[in-house]
Design a protein around this ligand. Structure first.
Ligand SMILES: Nc1ncnc2c1ncn2[C@@H]1O[C@H](COP(=O)(O)OP(=O)(O)OP(=O)(O)O)[C@@H](O)[C@H]1O
Length: 710
């Protein structure tokens, strides 16, 4: 650790250790919402503020403080110019008059301490003159006391009105900002969220929102603190005014200058000392890595979800050792930070600050003034209290402005994030409404290629495939051949790199994903287990029917889940234990708490619920595609057959014609043969395509796989 201290990691800026890949489509703008250029500028300024000149190609980790230099100051002012009016307009629209009142009251609030000091000084002067003159008037004293009480009542009233107005404005602002954040999240799709820069943008946008919730408790500057700046500013100005008025008579401007210097110097010294490091994050990638590792190991140790594997594989000692290593590294860094804080130069500044030198300096002007005739005890008290208040106000203002400087970049992230367009969303001029076909969905793929952002080679290569409306297609192949990826591309969860997909004759990229998804139902291979009841788990398949018990029951019946659900302690209302809920690992293990009131399901039972969810909407006339990715991997042979009979029935009209296209991915070739066509996938390509009989006759990879499976 000694060596690390010497390496002075602490002054090196916190950056991502691995270079971030700048994504192919970094940012799209909302075309129909104002000038895209301004949004583009905010985004670019935000991104530039994270770029370190001395570390070309690397970016500051999200949440970390920007260096205070000429370039970042310019960027901050650009962001302010573009974002601040928008944000103010947003909040101002909530409570226009209350906001104005709040601002006025904050300005008045800032002047109150000066009035108080002045009132006290007058009181002291009066008492002093009464004592020195020997003419002690009780009535005069009572009048002065009454004036002071009235002043206090007025101060209290202004303060109360200011606080209640502030509360109302803040509560609404908090709701609005959180709502905007939620809105941001729910509209973004998988490819957009896979973009690391967008993830960082959202992270900083979240910090901006969090600053509203915590009221700066995270050391973040929120818009609420803007009002604090107003109070501090008005307080500072009123103290300055008061102090200058004390020195007006006579030529005492050097004294005034000395007073101000002695008051403002300590916070400036503190600021200079504090400005040498970037705070607000982990200074070093190694430290950040250790913190992440420590957290990961702690989760492993606590998590019920991982408990069985931790026990079975004997991971206990490894978890403990890894945690201890990470913890030791962190403690080492903490020790270094502490050593740095108590370094010689740092100690010197603190010492200078804490010596009586500056305090003594503050007394000099008043000692000189006391020689003059104008001097009084009240003036002396007023001077002392005012100079102290000036001292603290200047310090608070500098700290607040420093936070505000960092807050500007978080605000920039929030503004830019508001305009990020989901990658899969077509632009307004290209978007078309979904074209329906009464016989199901016709899908054509031509030369389709796709790669994940992290993959070296394409996962789907040159795929050509036609699925006729109403046809049933089975996709088979070895593990990792790209079946689920192809399904996700067809479902428009993932985009593709090149080639074309047409749905009912039109380019899939021109459909709005939400519009397209309304015509599909699906069971994903890694389906979700929702933290809720059976009814909630199934109901999400068709939200408008989720509260209808008979609709949920029918879906359960079709998926063969009705019997086991009936046997659950509270039937459809039984709360389920998902097992993957990290939150449950942190909740206290007390009788009646989370884990004890929830019911565990088997893998097959969960799968039946996922199928029920898909079947909630499968029968709807607008649904033209049913895509099932290994829907029966945990089901027994009877259940599997029943499910395919059900799906076949749903896909067929009462007159016997096909009305829905069905695609299913399976490793069970006995079910694949039920399909009209089979596509055999190998290493990202469709190598064989045809009916079961045709593929057997061909005696290729499918035939070999089929023979191995039976
Ligand atoms: N999110 C991801 N990021 C990067 N690579 C991925 C991702 N998901 C899958 N892959 C890779 O893409 C390839 C195809 O995976 P996919 O899940 O599509 O295969 P599969 O045929 O469905 O396999 P299985 O039969 O095991 O379900 C694999 O090599 C896998 O490692």
């Amino acid at each position: 650790m000694e060596e690390k201290c010497h390496l002075s990691h602490f002054f090196s800026p916190p950056v991502f250790s691995s270079a971030q890949k700048i994504p192919k489509v970094a940012y799209q703008y909302e075309e129909d919402r104002g000038p895209a250029r301004a949004d583009n500028d905010v985004y670019n300024s935000w991104l530039k503020s994270r770029t370190l000149p001395q570390n070309t190609g690397t970016l500051l980790a999200p949440g970390n403080h920007r260096p205070f230099d000429h370039t970042t100051l310019r960027l901050a002012s650009r962001i302010c110019k573009m974002c601040f009016p928008d944000i103010l307009r947003l909040f101002f629209a909530l409570h226009p008059w209350r906001t104005v009142l709040m601002i006025i009251l904050q300005l008045v609030r800032g002047m109150l301490p000066v009035f108080k000091g002045f009132s006290h000084a007058v009181l002291i002067d009066e008492v002093q003159s009464m004592i020195t003159s020997g003419n002690f008037l009780w009535l005069r004293l009572a009048k002065l006391a009454a004036t002071e009480v009235i002043r206090a009542v007025l101060e209290f009233t202004v303060d109360s009105i200011a606080s209640s107005t502030e509360n109302i404005v803040h509560t609404s602002a908090r709701f609005l900002i959180e709502y905007k954040q939620m809105e941001q999240r729910v509209r973004l799709d998988v490819p957009t969220l896979a973009n690391p820069i967008i993830r960082d943008l959202l992270h900083e946008s979240d910090l901006f929102v969090r600053s509203f919730v915590g009221g700066s408790s995270f050391g973040l500057f929120s818009m609420f603190d803007f009002t604090r700046v107003l109070v501090l500013f008005s307080e500072l100005v009123s103290h300055l005014f008061l102090l200058s008025s004390l020195f007006w008579k006579g030529t005492h401007s050097p004294l005034l200058f000395l007073s101000l210097l002695s008051a403002v110097l300590p916070p400036v010294l503190t600021w200079l000392r504090g400005n040498r490091t970037y705070s607000g994050g982990y200074d070093n990638p190694q430290e950040a890595h250790a913190v992440a590792r420590q957290e990961k190991m702690r989760r492993l140790a606590y998590s019920d979800y991982h408990r069985s594997e931790v026990l079975l594989f004997g991971l206990g000692p490894w978890v403990l050792q890894s945690w201890a290593r990470a913890r030791r590294t962190i403690l080492g860094f903490e020790h270094c930070h502490a050593a740095d804080e108590s370094g010689l130069s740092s100690q010197f500044w603190s010492y200078l600050n804490s010596t009586g030198l500056l305090a003594a300096m503050q007394n000099l002007p008043v000692l000189i003034l006391l020689q003059s005739n104008a001097a009084s005890l009240g003036m002396f008290t007023l001077y002392r209290s005012s100079i102290h208040a000036l001292f603290y106000t200047a310090g608070s203002l500098i700290t607040t402005l420093r936070l505000a400087f960092q807050g500007v970049f978080l605000m920039g992230a929030f503004c830019a994030a508001m305009h990020v367009q989901p990658q899969l969303q077509p632009t307004a001029d290209k978007a078309i409404r979904y074209r329906r076909c009464s016989k199901g969905m016709k899908i054509e793929l031509k030369n389709l290629t796709f790669s994940y952002p992290t993959s070296r080679d394409p996962v789907l290569k040159d795929i050509n495939l036609t699925i006729e409306a109403g046809e049933t297609l089975a996709i088979v192949g070895l593990n990792g051949s790209g079946k689920s990826t192809l399904a996700n591309v067809l479902l428009r969860i993932l985009d593709f790199d090149s080639g074309i997909i047409t749905v009912n004759g039109l380019d899939i990229r021109r459909y709005r994903p939400a519009d397209y998804h309304a015509h599909i139902t699906s069971v994903f291979q890694g389906f979700s287990k929702y933290d809720g009841s059976v009814k909630e788990n199934v109901g999400v398949g068709l939200i408008q029917e989720s509260q209808n018990p008979s609709a949920v029951h029918e879906a359960l019946r079709l998926a063969g889940a009705a019997d086991f659900v009936k046997a659950l302690p509270q039937g459809m209302k039984t709360k389920l234990k998902t097992g993957n809920s990290e939150s449950s690992a942190w909740l206290p293990e007390v009788p009646g708490a989370y884990t004890h009131t929830r019911h565990e399901l088997s893998g097959g039972e969960w799968q039946r619920l996922a199928i029920s969810r898909a079947l909630m909407r499968a029968h709807r006339p607008e649904v033209e595609l049913i895509l099932l990715d290994e829907p029966t991997s945990s089901l027994d042979a009877h259940a599997q057959n029943r499910l395919f009979n059900t799906v076949e029935k749903i896909a067929t009209s009462s007159t016997g014609g096909k009305i829905k296209t069905v695609i299913f991915i399976t490793h069970r070739l006995s079910t694949a043969r039920r399909a009209d066509k089979i596509a055999m996938m190998e290493r990202g390509r469709i190598t064989e395509f045809g009916t079961h009989e045709e593929l057997l006759q061909r005696d290729g990879a499918y035939a070999a796989l089929y023979r191995a499976s039976v």
